[in-house]
Design a protein around this ligand. Structure first.
Ligand SMILES: Cc1cc2nc3c(=O)[nH]c(=O)nc-3n(C[C@H](O)[C@H](O)[C@H](O)COP(=O)(O)OP(=O)(O)OC[C@H]3O[C@@H](n4cnc5c(N)ncnc54)[C@H](O)[C@@H]3O)c2cc1C
Length: 297
């Protein structure tokens, strides 16, 4: 989540924040399934303690998925005093959250913070808190990033973009190669220029995701790895039964934080989640020399 210049991305993120309430005729039905980015806010607003807990596998909120979405949701809900169980079929950060570029942030809050501002600038605040206040080493650095401009066409695009976003109060700059080299001595001085995104940085994705999961446990959440969810049943009395190979869990509120697998997990509930996995490629080199901001595009 690192950009801030088009409204269609805002629309998509809103769509992913679906909260699907199951209607049941007769008595009001308070059970909820929450999917995607808006799940934390929606789960926070869900009624508290309405589910009678009779054993260790019963909980108010059950989160499926131990990537950054599930781990962070578990932490924030547990910190608010909610009863939370997180189920992960592999290990924490064993899928997409553990294998990415580690880029973070956006262009700051802007004059009129919108959803993307909260997801980007807000995310940076959360990472600062985790590392600085709670003491987790996540290798988080708000270094800023440089995006190289190679052609006249790209220059025109970045010039318009930077001036339009700056007019809306966002923090980014268009630099000459000389100015860029003052920040990053290895930057190519022969290019046309650079976009400097001051509010972007990076963190180690595995360490970060594990930090959220650990913080969730410290706040009282139960994190169960090696639990592959194979079936979900909506209970007539309200809530859900969630089965794994070895256990059955019960909850009032269910959060699907299964990333690329929201489709098949949603199908267990008869919900069609329009997320399709697409395999990407990533290459990681040796550590950059000291002094490099090491996140140029
Ligand atoms: C610090 C950080 C920096 C990032 N930087 C970038 C970046 O620069 N560029 C970029 O493109 N992206 C970046 N990302 C985002 C990343 O690429 C992924 O999009 C994101 O982490 C996905 O998170 P997730 O929790 O939704 O999914 P995942 O991490 O895939 O987690 C979903 C989990 O659900 C589990 N699961 C699925 N089905 C079941 C089941 N039936 N039962 C139990 N468990 C199940 C999976 O095993 C998996 O662990 C970054 C992420 C982090 C954490």
């Amino acid at each position: 989540m690192t950009d801030h210049d088009n409204s269609s991305s805002n629309r998509n993120h809103s769509d992913l924040s679906a909260s699907v309430e199951k209607a049941s005729p007769g008595a009001p039905d308070r059970r909820r399934v929450l999917i995607g980015i808006g799940a934390l806010a929606a789960a926070s607003a869900a009624p508290r303690g309405v589910f009678a807990q009779s054993n260790a596998n019963d909980t108010d909120v059950l989160i499926i998925g131990g990537g950054i979405a599930g781990a962070s949701t578990a932490f924030h809900l547990a910190e608010q005093g909610r009863d939370v169980i997180l189920l992960e079929r592999g290990e924490i950060a064993s899928e997409a959250s553990g294998q990415n570029m580690g880029g973070l942030g956006g262009n700051g809050w802007g004059n009129n913070p919108d959803l993307l501002s909260y997801l980007t600038a807000g995310g940076v605040e959360i990472f600062k808190r985790m590392q600085i206040e709670l003491g987790y080493d996540m290798e988080f650095r708000l270094s800023g990033t440089l995006t190289a401009i190679h052609t006249d066409e790209q220059f025109e695009h970045f010039q318009d973009r930077v001036s339009s976003l700056r007019a809306q109060g966002y923090d980014l700059e268009l630099l000459t190669p000389r100015e860029a080299r003052a920040i990053e001595p290895e930057a190519n001085g022969e290019l046309l220029g650079y976009q400097y995104s001051t509010q972007r940085g990076q963190a180690d994705p595995v360490k970060s995701t594990r930090a959220f999961a650990h913080a969730a446990q410290v706040a009282g959440a139960t994190i169960n790895t090696g639990q592959n969810v194979t079936a979900i049943t909506a209970l007539s009395a309200g809530g859900y039964a969630v089965r794994t190979g070895s256990e059955e869990y019960r909850c009032q509120t269910l959060v699907l934080a299964t990333g690329a697998w929201c489709g098949p997990v949603g199908e267990m509930l008869g919900i069609k989640v329009p997320i399709v996995p697409v395999r990407g490629q990533m290459w990681a080199g040796n550590c950059a020399p000291r002094g490099m901001i090491s996140n140029s595009g």
